[in-house]
Design a protein around this ligand. Structure first.
Ligand code: ZN
Length: 204
């Protein structure tokens, strides 16, 4: 399986990162299957970064093979959803971006793609109006709503499938709202989709 992620998909996050507020097309990057962390396993802060930041994102799971999917049919290609963390080594990313270099290593490292438990989409509601949030040590640190996306899930699928064949089990990380920040050893992260807690793990 592969993980397709979208950068800069919420205007308020782009503002806090000093990125453009409007984009002509989605910013797509990938994470390898070795980046996946699930089942509540702990996340170990890697030694190559001194600023690993959480990005809380809605994650959809592709349920059938597709290529060049039209936006109007894209909803047929996913039926489960969860909340996840796109961990980012912000210091590495900033340095690489300043140098004009690819920033894969800051985004695609081991355990950087955390997923919660998937639930049926019909349980989560309208994909374009799902509220989600992250608590760290019991405090709400980030919240968003998929209504705030610059590119909807269906638009992302249509766009990404022009370049990459989507297969059953592939995951799509749909971007983070504002409020990203660093994690520390012993932090307890809990992620919610609506009122359902689907993500629960510790940083070590
Ligand atoms: Zn992200």
């Amino acid at each position: 399986m592969k993980i397709i992620a979208v950068g800069m998909n919420y205007a308020a996050h782009n503002k806090e990162m000093h990125n453009p507020l409007e984009l002509p097309e989605p910013i797509i990057f990938m994470k390898p299957d070795s980046s996946l962390l699930k089942d509540g396993k702990p996340f170990f802060i890697p030694d190559f970064s001194s600023s690993v930041q959480y990005e809380t994102e809605v994650v959809v799971k592709i349920n059938k093979l597709g290529k060049n999917i039209a936006e109007r049919f894209a909803h047929r290609y996913y039926s489960e959803v969860t909340v996840g963390i796109d961990f980012t080594a912000r210091d590495l990313q900033s340095r690489l971006r300043t140098q004009g270099l690819p920033w894969e290593i800051s985004k695609a490292f081991d355990s950087s793609a955390v997923t919660g438990a998937f639930i049926p989409l019909r349980q989560a509601g309208d994909i374009n109006r799902i509220p989600f949030r992250l608590h760290i040590n019991g405090q709400k640190v980030q919240e968003g709503n998929t209504a705030g996306m610059l590119f909807s899930v269906d638009k992302i699928i249509a766009y990404a499938s022009r370049f990459f064949t989507l297969r059953m089990g592939d995951l799509i990380y749909t971007g983070t709202p504002s409020g990203v920040g660093p994690v520390q050893i012993n932090d307890h992260l809990e992620g919610y989709l609506g009122e359902a807690k689907l993500l629960d793990f510790y940083v070590k």
